[in-house]
Design a protein around this ligand. Structure first.
Ligand code: ZN
Length: 138
């Protein structure tokens, strides 16, 4: 029995593709999982495969997703790198690297909302507040 397929919420992550991060007109299909267990996708426009974590701090991560999420939660609480290192047991250089990746990703997300969607400062505060609430629930 084949399960019902859900909608594909991801856009093409290939910067050379004409449908790079464009929702309308995309033609993407799921294409199994890689060895790390991440969903793989195929873009029919550029004929490239990509992983669901592409362009995120989780891409090519040596740590499991749960460990990265714990580090991300500590980064939002502004916990010190040495403090997170003591709590999680990971080296402080690893924590520092993920703090940097998470910060870069948050900056890109902020720029996307401000420039591409033209959200104002108040709307951005509301979006980040929503993200923090969703993080607390999960
Ligand atoms: Zn593409």
């Amino acid at each position: 029995m084949v399960g019902k397929r859900g909608p594909i919420l991801i856009t093409c992550q290939n910067p050379d593709c004409t449908y790079f991060q464009i929702e309308d007109g995309k033609n993407i299909t799921k294409n199994g999982h890689n060895s790390a267990g991440n969903q793989q996708y195929y873009c029919h426009h550029c004929r490239r495969f990509f992983i669901e974590t592409k362009n995120t701090p989780l891409y090519d991560s040596r740590l499991p997703r749960t460990a990265v999420l714990i580090i991300a939660k500590h980064s939002t609480e502004k916990t010190s790198i040495r403090g997170v290192s003591r709590v999680t047991g990971h080296h402080r250089d690893t924590i520092s690297r993920y703090y940097h990746l998470i910060g870069e990703h948050a900056e890109k997300l902020n720029d996307y909302f401000i420039h591409d969607i033209s959200a104002g400062d108040c709307e951005m505060d509301e979006i980040w507040e929503f993200v923090q609430k969703k993080t607390r629930i999960s």
